[in-house]
Design a protein around this ligand. Sequence first.
Ligand code: SAT
Ligand code: MN
Length: 597
Amino acid sequence: MNARTKDMNIPGTDGSTLAALNDWVAEVAALTRPDAIHWCDGSDAENAKLVAQMEADGTLIRLNEETHPQSWLHRSDPQDVARVEHLTLVCTPERDDAGPNNHWMAPEEAHAKIDALFDGCMQGRTLYVIPYCMGPIDSPLSRCGVEITDSPYVVANMRIMTRMGAPALKRIEREGTFVKGLHSTGELDPDRRWIMHFPEELTIKSYGSGYGGNALLGKKCHALRIASHQARQEGWLAEHMLILGVENPQGETHYIAAAFPSACGKTNLAMLIPPEGYREAGWKIWTVGDDICWMRPGADGRLYAINPEAGFFGVAPGTSKKSNPNALASIQSHTIFTNVGVTADNQPWWEGIDNGLQPATDWRGEPYDPSVRPAAHPNSRFTVSAKRCPSYSPMAEDPQGVPISAIVFGGRRASLVPLVFEARNWIHGVLVGAAMGSETTAAATGAVGVMRRDPMAMKPFCGYNFADYFAHWLSFDKPGAKLPKIFHVNWFRKGADGKFLWPGFGDNLRVLEWMIKRVEGRADAVQTPIGALPAVGDLDLEGISLTGEAREVLFGYDREGWRAEFEGIGEYLAGYGERMPESLRNEQHRILTQLAG
Ligand code: SAT
Ligand code: MN
């Protein structure tokens, strides 16, 4: 315990055998001046106590115990419902190391700004120390961190989303290193809010928000922004990707990692239920993860992936028995719902749940009136353990990870982009990822539905300069590497009437099947400048009917439109200046020339 905390007589700063951890807790306690310090062990008893306390003070509202046992509703501050990208900073000594893709502040200035907010902010509150492990506790691919927070809601969510408590602390003490995450909900004032990252110091500081991606520091802050920086130094990849296993009727399983921006259906794809004909034939989908993927080359040259998370923080609206029965089954019990509506008998309710019930109260706690606001906030969420998911893969707990056969990039594109295409090779695949565009969603504050470049779905999450990030991706292409094939998909193409042309959901397996056959060298494709596209007949479309327009645009490509797109991609890459790898600029140029020729 350091001198200052001893003077202040704050007991409990020495909860670990690791001096570096005790010293940091003491330092934070001296700054934030909590009434008490609690080291989380992750036990059921600890959780029950915290939940009871939150029920008593109204932070959590118990839902219908008969229909939704051990489930709670949390209503956040109405001004605190999504990630705040404009207040999220990467604080590297050199501005260029954060890159044009990040908001930046010099570390010294950033520390001073946020420490002034932390000063005394935990008076009257308890400081919780949360040791956590991202990934299976015994995996060499996993990494640990400690989050300090004054929010019991954060503790309860971190317990579901990470391997939290005593086993994580043991690993941290053995390894001696951990990512430091300091969080306080502060006053929940949007003008006193920052989410700051100090990659060189393996440190995160977050003040003034209790929302998921801003406050559960193991998730986007550690597992993506800080981890992407670590991954670059250590030769691996930290990606905004779901991981799923596709088991064919012969019992062989291929694992696929797929990157889509927030709220573009990663959870739905990760938990896909095969269409009837496929199910009868014996196809199965195994869920490994729905949001984050850490991959590294194995001894055999293939990429092996783990899901660093232990739970799902999924978007509630639109989740139904039809769209995602596995998610719905997962959240029948032991779930924390945030900002959903409730029925008169206290069951959770959201737009698109399609269960025949009606909401009585909206997410603000007011009587439901559809002319005022939707029952559930568009970015309302459920937090649930991955083990509750019927399709959860036993391989998700394998310390060695799963071998990846295909990487998929995708976005929300109403026009131009066909259903699926395959990259020529790794360089082209990296360009496909780098050029990704998508329409914005409610997962971040700001306008919804605006097309923006979101390379590899990492725009809000890459902890360093995108140009260096693309170079890092390219570096995996070396002798002996057996890299996955790279594909691009678009489930969101619309017809002239503004309606989606592809049925999506379970039928997306038809596209995955084609990819796997391509990996195995058993499917045809049509070569075009943008990549290899299936002909309509190359996909199994039995059991669905597509309009003539759908067949034409989902499986075709518009040369003129793509030429304009590639000009835009060229301008986008040029925005990164000299740091942009030459091979990527050459690849863009090569394709543009073909499209123009
Ligand atoms: O809020 S989170 O960042 O955790 C979820 C998301 O936006 O993907
Ligand atoms: Mn996400």
